[in-house]
Structures are given as C-alpha cells and as structure tokens.
Design a protein around this ligand. Structure first.
Ligand SMILES: [Zn+2]
Length: 711
C-alpha cells in the first residue's frame, strides 16, 4: 500500500471514519485504490477453478466490496450533510465510476456462475437458512443486475445504469439549488403577524447569517412550514407556497428545471426493465419486494383510497365551512389549507403545535427515546467518542446489559446551510460476525440525520454555544426522530452474522419501514411522553391535559393525510407502469403533469394551482431509490400498525416481553428470512389493514386485506 494511504481517512483501516480529517482531495485517490483492489479480488474470485466454497466465493467478495461501500458511504453522507463545491465536484466525478463498478459486479456472468455452483453444490442443503438466503438473494440480484444478458445487451444495461445515476444526482442538486436560491426578506415584523414569537428569531438569525437585516424566509422546511401554518398574510403565504411547489420547474432558472430530466429517467428505467424482460419498470422494481405485481399494489392503494376518501372529503368540507365562517376565506386555496387547518385545530383542540413544542426540549426527548429503547429491547445507550464532520454532531454507543458493544451511531440533528433537508438513516458500517479466521468482526454503525431548528444563536455557527437554550422539537419532529431511530435499531440490533442479510440488508423494500413506523407509535404514549418533556421556561413536564388534547387531535384530518400519501404513491406507481416512455408522443414533462392531475382528480381533496409541479421536486422517486416504491410507506404502515396493535391489545405500551419478541422476531433477524415470516412469527397471524385504519380513526369494515390476500 503506498505511503499516502495512511494519510487518507477513506483508506484508513481504523474502525470509524476520521471525518474531521476527511478532505475532498482524498476522494479520488481513495476511490482509485479501492476500485483497483476490489476489481483484482473479483477477477481472482471469478477465475478460480477450485470447487466453489463459501470461503472462496462469498467471503472474498464481501471483503472487497465492504471497504469500497464504507468509503463511498462516508463520501455520500458528507456530500449530503456538508455540501461544498469541491466535495460536490469530487462526488460527481467519482459517482459514475463507483456506479460502474457495482454494475459490473452485478452483471459479472463468471461470478454469477460461481454463486450458481454454490447453490447447486452438495453442501448447499446442509447450510443454515441464513446462508441459503444470502445465495438466493445474490442469484436474484445477479439476474436483476444483468448478469444473464448477452454481452452487448449487458453493455447497454450498464451504460443506462450510469446515465441514471448521473441524472438522479442532478435531479437532487436542482431541487437543493432551487430550494436554497429562494429567499424572502421581510423588514417589518408586522408582515409576519400570526407567526409565533419563538419562531421569529430563527428568521432574524437566518438574515444575520447572510449579513442582512430583517427576517429571512427560505424554502427549507423549518422556515417554510411556520409561514404556511401561521402567517395571517394571505399574499405572503401564496407567494411562498407558489415558490415551493414550483421548485426545479420551468418557472425557475432553466438550468434547474427537472422537466426533461424526469422524462429521461423514466425512459431509461423503462429500457432497463425491458432489457431484463419486464413489461415496465414497476414490475422489475417489485421483484425484491413483498408485493408481487403492480396491479396488486394499485389494488391495495385504491382499497385504502376507497376507505379514506369519504373521510378526507368530510374533513375538507368542514375546513371550507370553518374557513368561510371564521377566517373570511370563502374560496379556500391550497396555500390556505395548512393555515386554516391549524386555526381549526387550535379552536377544536385548543392548543397549537407551538404550545406543545415548548415541552419537547432536545435533551429530554433524547433521554426519553433512549430510555424507551432500553426498556423495550434490553439495551443501554451511552455517549461515546468519535471524530465527526461538524461540532454539533453527537456520537453514542448501544450496549448489551453486560456491557458488550452492539453498535454505535452518529446523531446530526440541526438544519444547516449546505445540508440536505429531511431526515434519514444511513448505514455507516454493517455487522459482520462470527468470521473466525475469515477476517475481522465488526459491529454496526449508523448515521441518523434530522433537520430541526438549531438553538437560537447557533445557526450555522461553528458550534452551538454552550449558553444557547436547548433546541425545541415540534411533536411532528419528535415522531420523525423516533422513525429514524427505528431504522437505526433495525440496523444496530441485528444478530445476523452475514452482512448481506444483516439489519436492513436483504429486507424486502416494502417492509423496510416496518421498524421505523412501529417506533413512531410510542411517541404518542403518555407513559413515554410524560418522561421526555421539560418546558423551556421552568422544566415542567407535559401536562396531562395538553397530552389529552394532542391525542384527541392525533387523527385530525387523518383522511386528508392518507389521501395525500396515496396521491404520491399512485402517481409514482402509474408513472412507472402505465405510460410507455419510448413513445415520442409521451416523452415530455406534460405527460407527467397530466398524470399528476389525473391522480389528484381521483384521490386528492386539496387541488393545487395549475403551476404546481408534483414531479419536479419529488426526490424520493427521482433520486432517492423509491421509484415504483413510494407505496412502501403505506404497505409497511399496515405491517407496523398491526405489530403495534399487539401492545395496545396487551394494554401495556412498555411491555418488555413483547418488546423482546419484536426484537427477536423482527429487528434481530433482518433480511435473513422473508418479512412475512418474521411478521407472522411476531404476531401469530398474517397482517390485515384493519389496525392501520383503526389507528387512523378511519372506519373499519370487513374486507380482505391486499397484503393478507397476497400472503
Ligand atoms: Zn423511513
């Protein structure tokens, strides 16, 4: 290994990436080195003529790819949380090369043959179910990667994959750039009437950070949402709303318009699927999922829509009435919906999100979340030390009761410039266990990223000042934090030794959200909430009376929320299954817009203005891996609501025995067996949609569940 590799954090064999030392100029040399090493191993493994064994096929491949995946994972993560021109350039330069490598690996016919030899070998029947699953998954993925294609088609296939990766990255950049570009400076605070007092300093801090006076409003969620919910000034709401729903469209800068890019992505995906013999991209996308066919998913979504839409319509009619009567808004528009809803919520339930927010101080919330996990899953969570990419990032360890290390995680909570919006879980390192003389064991490590407003006075500074008041979370943000932590527990509490099916690896896509959505339910429990709140002014815990109001409001407009998600899911699935993108007549952004409108007419109750562009900023499906998979949120919600209903039935939300069963049957087994088997092992029966409808306050009538029917 050349001398410089010791100075390159991406090549350091140290257990944790030294993020403090990682510079953009490290990326290319590291990628060069790791790609060469991985390719050499691949070639040697493919060329071996000895009989195929686990140790001469699976182990070397895993070792070679693990180092590359970890290094590139660190680069991608940094690119998402600390974007800079230099890093973005490095990321974009190397992305096609890394993607090309994975494509090569996935379509390597010789390696595929070695795996096939393993599956046909005399030993196969004696292997554990876990090892068999690793092999059958690998054979499936080789097929999906194009390994069975003729050489010329294979080349076409990999060219398409590279094109897709580049276009996806550009799609996300365009959304980020157009989000960051918008700003509205408000000098006179009276123009922001209605916006809660404790939100205003955030706008002032944002202006100051740019060397400007007044209040700076941007399209980042913590800045955008309070305007939509609280600003009395209708024209202000309209202006911000229109900017938000037209991001990355033809109404902004041409270089950030995602219109043509979407068509390119859809056309290339369709070609990819066609090369493998699938009718459309949705059909191909469902192969590693629980759902079997696009038609089955459509039926599932429409069954939910059928149950939810009457509720949504009733809720919308109520809102219109209220807005006309109380707010003098006789023609309720899309930019009024959040505002009027918040007023109605306040009137009906007599509290505001901001009132509840006073109680959710970051420290108390984290302590409560950790305590919950400790009780349910018999673990201990403690602060730990690691080099990070920003002083605000924290690091923790999860231990077994005996003190042995199970996993670690980074927690990056605050919104910053140059950090992508939203919340997500990332895999920093996967579990590798019981490797004996085959190499080093490793415990899993997670990246947990949120975007809550930082403590005032700390925005974009080098670090949060010690004197700053702790950050406050809305209850919505608490739920998001629980959600991402659920992903973290899935990754960190796995007991599977084989990395390919440990944690979230190898779990069917549409079941991946089960643990995350499951954990969200606990953020609604009194037993959990009472211990995780401390009011800003005096440290007082959440009063029971406020909690009761929050519970009563939980299903406020749940029908409207449900149809909103179904709108996204139907739009996504139909984009990828019902339109032939190879037809020149279809290949333009208008086709996408027409479908968005048709789906809105079918299920939506809030009809946006004509210039709204649903697709152009839909990063989940155009750059986030949810293509023909957005339905997974609802699908997994059926599973998670049904799992959680076991706790409700037991009457004790902190039931440690049930928690242990959830850990053993769902979290610990990861992707080592089909998700449906894991579900049944926990629940004792197949899933039904009733628990979700019931939890959402929507009517339960008897009917077949699409998931149960497919089981
Ligand atoms: Zn999730």
């Amino acid at each position: 290994m050349p001398f410089e590799t010791h100075l390159n954090p991406l090549l350091d064999a140290a257990a944790l990436t030294r993020f403090d030392a990682l510079r953009p100029e490290h990326v290319t040399p590291a990628v060069n080195h790791l790609l060469a090493a991985a390719r050499a191993t691949l070639a040697a493994t493919a060329a071996t003529t000895a009989a195929a064994t686990w140790d001469n096929v699976v182990t070397p491949l895993e070792d070679a790819t693990d180092r590359l995946a970890r290094a590139w994972g660190a680069v991608s993560h940094l690119n998402a949380v600390l974007d800079s021109p230099a890093l973005r350039a490095q990321y974009n330069d190397n992305l096609p090369r890394v993607t090309a490598f994975w494509t090569e690996l996935a379509q390597d016919a010789r390696l595929c043959a070695r795996y096939r030899a393993l599956s046909e070998g005399a030993d196969f029947d004696r292997w554990s179910a876990v090892k068999k699953k690793v092999i059958t998954n690998a054979l499936r993925d080789f097929r999906l990667g194009g390994a069975d294609l003729a050489p010329q088609e294979r080349q076409r296939f990999s060219a398409l994959r590279e094109q897709l990766a580049r276009a996806s990255a550009r799609f996300a950049e365009n959304v980020l750039d157009s989000t960051q570009h918008f700003e509205l400076l408000v000098d006179d605070v009276r123009a922001l009437a209605g916006v809660p007092d404790d939100v205003l300093p955030m706008y002032r801090a944002a202006a100051q950070a740019e060397g400007k006076d007044g209040h700076r409003i941007t399209l980042h969620a913590p800045s955008y949402l309070p305007i939509m919910q609280y600003a009395h000034d209708r024209a202000l709401r309209e202006r911000v709303y229109r900017a938000y729903v037209t991001r990355a469209s033809e109404f902004g800068r041409p270089e950030w318009d995602n219109g043509a890019l979407m068509v390119e992505l859809l056309r290339d995906r369709q070609q990819l699927a066609a090369l493998l013999g699938y009718r459309n991209y949705a059909q191909m996308s469902l192969v590693p999922k629980m759902a079997q066919e696009p038609g089955q998913v459509l039926e599932f979504l429409r069954e939910l829509a059928c149950r939810a839409k009457p509720h949504a319509e009733r809720e919308m009619a109520e809102l219109r009435d209220f807005a006309a009567r109380e707010l003098d808004l006789s023609d309720l528009q899309a930019w009024d919906v959040a505002y009027a809803s918040e007023r109605l919520r306040e009137q009906r339930f007599d509290y505001s999100e901001q009132e509840a927010r006073q109680y959710f101080s970051e420290d108390a919330v984290l302590a409560g979340l950790f305590r919950l996990s400790e009780i349910l899953f018999s673990v201990r969570i403690r602060p730990d030390q690691a080099a990070t990419w920003h002083p605000d990032v924290r690091f923790y360890r999860i231990e077994a009761p005996c003190g042995s290390l199970l996993g670690q995680f980074y927690l990056d909570l605050y919104t910053r410039s140059h950090k992508q919006g939203g919340a997500w879980h990332g895999n920093a390192r996967g579990r590798r266990g019981n490797r004996g003389n085959r190499g080093n064991d490793a415990t899993p490590v997670s990246f947990l990223t949120c975007n809550i407003a930082p403590p005032i006075g700390a925005s974009d500074g080098p670090a949060v000042a010690a004197s700053a008041a702790p950050a406050r979370l809305t209850h919505r943000e608490v739920i998001t934090l629980f959600h991402e932590f659920g992903h973290g527990l899935h990754h960190l509490l796995t007991r599977v030794d084989e990395p390919a099916v440990a944690g979230m690896h190898g779990v069917e896509w549409d079941a991946v959200e089960l643990p995350s959505q499951f954990l969200e339910n606990f953020a609604w429990q009194w037993e959990v909430l009472q211990g995780m709140t401390a009011r800003a002014a005096d440290g007082a815990p959440l009063p029971r009376s406020l909690y009761d109001k929050m519970r009563a409001a939980r299903n406020f407009q749940s029908g409207m929320q449900m149809v909103r998600q179904l709108e996204f899911a139907l739009f996504d699935l139909q984009l990828h299954s019902e339109i032939d993108w190879s037809q020149p007549a279809n290949a333009n952004a208008n086709t996408i817009q027409r479908l968005a409108r048709a789906v809105q007419r079918e299920v939506a109750v809030v009809i946006p203005p004509d210039e709204q562009r649903l697709g152009q900023s839909f990063t989940h499906i155009f750059s986030g891996g949810y293509a023909a998979g957005y339905y997974s949120y609802k699908w997994a919600e059926v599973l998670s609501a049904d799992c959680y209903s076991a706790f409700d039935e037991g009457g004790a939300p902190l039931d440690a025995a049930l928690g242990a069963r959830f850990r053993d049957q769902i979290l610990a087994v990861g992707g080592s067996r089909p998700a449906l088997e894991s579900f049944v092992a926990f629940r004792g029966r197949p899933p039904t949609i009733d628990a979700l409808l019931c939890a959402s306050g929507l009517d339960v009538t008897t009917g077949t569940s699409a998931i149960a029917a497919s089981a």
